[in-house]
Structures are given as C-alpha cells and as structure tokens.
Ligand binder design. Structure first.
Ligand code: NAD
Length: 364
C-alpha cells in the first residue's frame, strides 16, 4: 500500500500542495492530478531524460497530450537564457494557462522550471518530480524558484508553489553516490534543527546511507520538517531562516570554490563551523555540540570531504548573505540537537563577528 501523502496547507490558499511518496511513480503517477489539463510539458535534463523521460511521457500521455523539453544538465544552465529558451519551446508547443508543467530532475531543473512556470503567461500550474536526494528532501518543497546570474547564485527568482510534489524512491537507485552525500547534508541539518531521534538514528547508521530502504524514512521525515516550516513562514520572514543552518558559511565556501565543492558537502562543513560558533556564543549546549561535531567530522572523513580554505574569500562571501542586516553577518544557530535558537527579537538569527567566523574555520 502507498504511504499516505503529506499536505502543505498555506494560510489563505484554496489549494493545498500534496507531497506523494512511492516506488516507481515514473510509471504510475495518479492521473487525477492532471484531470482537465489541456496539455502537459515535462521539463528535464539530458541525463534524467534518458533514464526516465520516456516512461513519464508514456504514462502522462494517458491523461493529456504530453511533450518533453530537454535541457543540458548542470548548474551552469540555471540562467535567464535557459528560462527564456524553455518558455519559447512551451509557446511553440501550444502550452497555455490550462496546461501543466512537470519538473523532472534535480534542483537545477526544479528551480528553473518553477521559475518559468511562475512567469509564463503570468503563471501556470506546475508539479515537482524531484529525482535527486537533495531535490526530494529540500529544493522541491517550499516554492523557491530562480536562476543564477553573473553577480551571484539565485539572484533572480520568485516564490511559486507547485500544485504537487512526487517523491519516487526508485529513482534514487540510479543516483551516483556523490549525489547521495549531497542530500545527506540536508537530512543531517533537518535532524539538528528539529528531530533529535532522527539524529540518533543517523549517528547509528553511518554505514548504511546508500541503502535506499534506510534513506526512505529519512526522506519522508525531512520532507515533513521542511513542509511544516514553510507552511508557517512561506516568505522567510522569520522561522524559515532556521533552514539556513550551516548555509551562511556553507554558501560562502561553495561560492569561493566556484561551485566545485557541491552544496551538500558545503552544508556539512558549514554546520561544523556554525555549530562551533553557536557553542562559543553560549547558545549550543556543550554535550550536544560535541555529539554534532563528532558525527559531522565522521561523515567528513568517511566521504573524504576536503576544503581548501581561503579564509578572506569565505568571509567576503559571507558578507553577501541574504540574512545579513546593516553590514552585520547573521546566522541561524542551534540551541540543542532538535531545537534552533529563537534568536535576537525572535527572528531566528543572531549576529556573529567576523573574527569568530575566521576562528571557526580552524575547526576543520
Ligand atoms: P542537479 O539538479 O544538478 O542534479 C545533479 C546531477 O544528478 C545532474 O547531473 C542530474 O542530471 C543528475 N541526476 C538527477 N537525478 C538523477 C537520477 N535519479 N539518476 C541519475 N542522475 C540523476 O543538482 P541538485 O543537487 O539536485 O540541485 C542543486 C540545485 O538545487 C542548485 O541549483 C541549488 O541552488 C538548488 N537548491 C534549491 C533549493 C530551493 O529551495 N529551491 C534548495 C536547495 C538547493
């Protein structure tokens, strides 16, 4: 029997966003999600398209006229130029306001497709079909869509919620191990911000991360955590900032490496540094800080995550973080495993000095 769906219920919206979990959804998505749509366009990248595009196309064709738009894979295509090419192809295919779009792929396809769906004919219905672990537990949920620009990552974007999210555990079987580690960073983060039991479970099963059966329960729990947070604070006014734990320093390392070190690995490193900062500030309980540090250093060693640290570059990228105010770097920090600090004025961030950030890099 299929596990029950999760529902994200945004206040004031008539339609809820369902997150559906299952195996082999590529061949058996419930077609009622597409009832009444005039046509469907699947947007995918060349790798995912080759693996799953035809299967999803064949299945969805039972619901409505369906076409595929394929883009190259990789972060460098997450641009305004690609968005405009996708929109032009959608127009050529006759996609209209009663059509539906399906983003079949990792976070790059999801962010791009959501962005195009939000602006094409002023917004059309779209679905997320995430195929990487990172996209399943993080990027497909919460409606942040956008593209990178020459002046930075995700600098142009919108908030636009998908009508549904399809989480198919079978597609993880073809995911390279390096991509699994990427998603793992976000799963560990969720356990620290909101689920002590999951943290204990992760700490016990360091050897089994690549077993899909093991991952399944982590995936669902991480989706639940993110869904609850974004439902309460869709536009990241306060609570949603907790999802940024590890990301201030993580993003700064990612940018200073010119994206050569992947996002999930940078988040793991970011949490090691930001956990140390939280402890130094007297926010993060000593015993939990030590447990977090031990687990993250174990993952770092096991998966050989190395970081060539250019301290000044990391600091200058941290100065550009979206959470900063009045030239002060602000971070979301944990109080204990399973709970984040409510922060200054209950805004879920605290100011952190540049000196402390530089010192935190010595922990690596
Ligand atoms: P990605 O989309 O680049 O996918 C990684 C690689 O895996 C690609 O080469 C892809 O073709 C391949 N792939 C995808 N699914 C596969 C499968 N099932 N089998 C084999 N190969 C597969 O990377 P990602 O890590 O999924 O996403 C990163 C992007 O997500 C970044 O652009 C980041 O900014 C964004 N992101 C967005 C949010 C958000 O809230 N919107 C959150 C986190 C990250």
């Amino acid at each position: 029997m299929a596990p029950p769906a999760l529902e994200i219920d945004f206040p004031g919206r008539s339609e809820k966003c369902s997150i559906l979990f299952g195996d082999n959804l590529v061949d058996r998505l419930p077609l009622e999600f597409f009832s009444g749509v005039s046509s469907i366009a699947i947007v995918t990248d060349d790798i995912v398209g080759r693996l799953y595009g035809k299967r999803v196309l064949t299945h969805l064709s039972e619901a409505s006229k369906t076409s595929i738009i394929t883009i190259p894979h990789g972060e460098r295509v997450k641009s305004l130029t690609t968005s405009s090419n996708i929109a032009a192809q959608m127009s050529d295919l006759g996609i209209d306001r009663s059509s539906a779009i399906v983003a079949l792929g990792g976070g790059v396809v999801g962010d791009l497709t959501g962005f195009v769906a939000s602006i094409f004919k002023r917004g059309i219905r779209y679905f997320q079909f995430p195929t990487t672990l990172l996209a399943q537990v993080d990027s497909s949920i919460g409606g942040k869509c956008g593209v990178d620009t020459r002046w930075g990552k995700n600098q142009i974007g919108t908030f636009f919620q998908p009508a549904g999210i399809f989480v198919d555990s079978s597609v993880l079987n073809t995911l390279p191990k390096s991509e699994v580690i990427n998603g793992l960073g976000e799963i560990v983060k969720s356990s620290i911000i909101a689920d002590r039991e999951m943290f204990d479970e992760i700490a016990r099963s360091v050897e089994d991360y690549f077993e899909i059966e093991k991952l399944k329960s982590f995936v669902r729990r991480t989706c639940e955590i993110k869904a609850k947070v974004v439902e309460k604070d869709e536009r990241e006014v306060n609570l949603r900032k907790i999802l940024n734990y590890g990301h201030t320093i993580g993003h700064a390392i990612e940018s200073s490496s010119h994206y050569l070190i992947s996002h999930g690995r940078c988040v793991i490193i970011g949490m090691i540094c930001e956990g140390w900062i939280a402890n130094k500030l007297g926010i993060f309980q000593e015993s939990d800080y030590i447990r977090q540090k031990e687990l993250l250093l174990k993952i770092k060693a096991k998966y050989k995550i190395t970081v060539p640290v250019n301290r000044r570059k990391i600091l200058s990228f941290a100065m550009l973080d979206k959470k900063n105010t009045s030239n002060t770097i602000r971070m979301s920090l944990p109080e204990k495993i399973g709970r984040m600090h409510s922060g200054e004025s209950a805004g879920f961030t605290d100011p952190v000095s540049k000196e402390l950030i530089l010192q935190s890099l010595d922990v690596l």
